[in-house]
Design a protein around this ligand. Sequence first.
Ligand code: BGC
Length: 761
Amino acid sequence: MRVKYLFVSAAVALASLTACQSNSGGSDAEMDKFIDNLMGEMTLHEKIGQLNLPVTGEIVTGQAKSSDVAEKIKKGEVGGLFNLKGVEKIREVQRVAVEESRLKIPLIFGMDVIHGYETVFPIPLALSCSWDMAAIEKSAQIAAKEASADGICWTFSPMVDICRDARWGRMSEGSGEDPFLGSAIAKAMVKGYQGDNLQDSTTIMACVKHFALYGAPEAGRDYNTVDMSRIAMYNYYFSPYKAAVEAGVGSAMSSFNVVDGIPATANKWLMTDVLRNQWGFDGFVVTDYTAISEMIDHGMGDLQQVSALALKAGIDMDMVADGFIGTLEKSLQEGKITEEDIDKACRRILEAKYKLGLFENPYKYCNVDRPKNDIFTAENRAAARDIAAETFVLLKNEGNLLPLQRKGRIALIGPLADTKANMPGTWSVAAVSERYKSLYEGMKDAVGDKGEVLYAKGCNLCYDATLEANATMFGREMRDPRSPQQLTAEALGVAQRADVIVFAGGESSEFSGESSSRSNIDLPDAQLDLLKALKKTGKPIVMLNFAGRSTVMNWENDNLPAILQVWFGGSEAADAICDVLFGDKVPSGKLTTSFPKAVGQLPLYYNYLNTGRPAGKWFSKYRSNYLDVDNEPLYPFGYGLSYTTFTYGDLTLSSDVMEPSATITATVKVTNTGNYDAAEVVQLYIRDMVGSISRPVKELKGFERIFLKKGESRDVTFEINADLLKFYNSSLEYVCEPGEFRVMVGCDSKNVQTKTFTLKE
Ligand code: BGC
């Protein structure tokens, strides 16, 4: 008998299952039969209980907390719990569910494992800048292994919301502005978390979020209104969610915003017509945190009404709102919903538990011996350090100031230089930052006795203490009580004694992430003033820009010789930054979000429509431009320098005509012409010159990350077929239209070579 749970759940009438039948890993028919039997035993109240997801109160990520959770579990009123950390605690709660509730149905335990567990990987925006799908998949796989060792079987990741507006703080949690790259990453993440088989106790169920369009709030303000055409939804914003579904993601999370005027959580078109009927999603849908009760403020009715709307729309699980558990019975009595609606949702939750193998063994993820072997291991940390180095983007390196040599005196200055808590970045709820190195510690280790590292904080994050307090929550405080004058004086003293200054500044961890929108995305005032003072010393300055979004860096670009964008690199950030600073590794990251010259350019993205009055280089009356800034980003999508140089040979196309059923290839020879072995990300963009709807000036349609030793060359080839040329037309049909296409290949979205071909009828 493999089904241990069958013994303990005597109350469940499973007579029709023979002893040798497994209740997981079996066929769909076996699963259906198992669930039919189980549901046959369930009261209405117990069925609704499965749809209830309270929070434990340990790690709170929203406005409300749940109460009396243990009592509710005993009464069969809870389907799962989230953000409870520690395998022993989870085991105990699971014990209550499978020993003290009537039907002994196991709970599902979720957590926001967004970019790693205790081994923290770089924030997702950073990860996307590696363009390294294998490494990203591995990061999710390691996260799953660590989380599952600690009792977690479900993660609220990947977050795949496309974002074109850096004011939105949650840009940090996604993969930037591009749907093609975002889709590839969505697939890699789902594969990494779920593996090929959820039966394995080292894999966990993924949850694609936030469905949908959460990354496009008006004015970049979190939770704000989204108003978007279906053309834009289908062509740009939907792709990564759909890709996650195609990769077999087990669950999805509804978003807080409205879609077509209806909150996503009550939007039947979105949750049922698109997600299930058009895309074939067969997992379950959980709401975001209190998204059901928030619909009262959206003006959709009282708790009973909005709960019924959510269930009818296709939501299966209610996160924290107590809307389902509190009102669905009444709605059923009043005929506002049917028992079938409840059954459908309950079945999907039970299916997820079945697929995870929890009926077979509710303690499958509760092996108390696993944490010490599987969490924060040297191997996992080495992987995190490696990928972190791939995510840094070298924005400027005048006179090859970088890499630095390990010699002389290095002045490490800035508010991010000596703060362990701000290394992992936002949404690192399982992080144990006391175990991580601050950059100062990492740099002392990296330099050893070959040189001297001097340190001064130099300034606070910003002058405004309230703003700083809001941007350094969750134990990430770093305010220094000294006055700006005292801090500057100390920094200048340190700088004077040094050969080179490394400035570690930018944003704190919580300056981006949820509820961290900014209306001004410049380097905060105190830091800019400090940099200006440091510049006057005449010493060369390397800026390490920590940030969870693209920021405005005009002064920095004009005045500093070297800038390395380091995002938030995770638990191993300090060592990884030093690997790149001192040239043990060569930077290869490429931006996945355009860096604006002014916040007023937002939303800013490379795949824009040309308009009828495209801008020229300079301001021109009656063109689509600004009086006070041009339309160009400071650093474009796809951009990133290296310590070496790459030379691109001529782009060739295998043919300048293409039959719809055929393929053509675009080839370019790339040569490493510099002095370091290094990786390069070669990018393919395509423009559809004439369409039945206006088409973007270019769209990413391929990329390859290659590694070339110095002097080495390689032909990089992209295959172009009709599928790659398809888009959703105004009837939302996915088509490609014959005519001329422009193929562009290069090292970023601006620096490309161009060839054209014609797609035949
Ligand atoms: C966030 C989600 C997160 C959830 C649970 C919400 O506030 O929007 O991304 O998964 O909380 O912590």
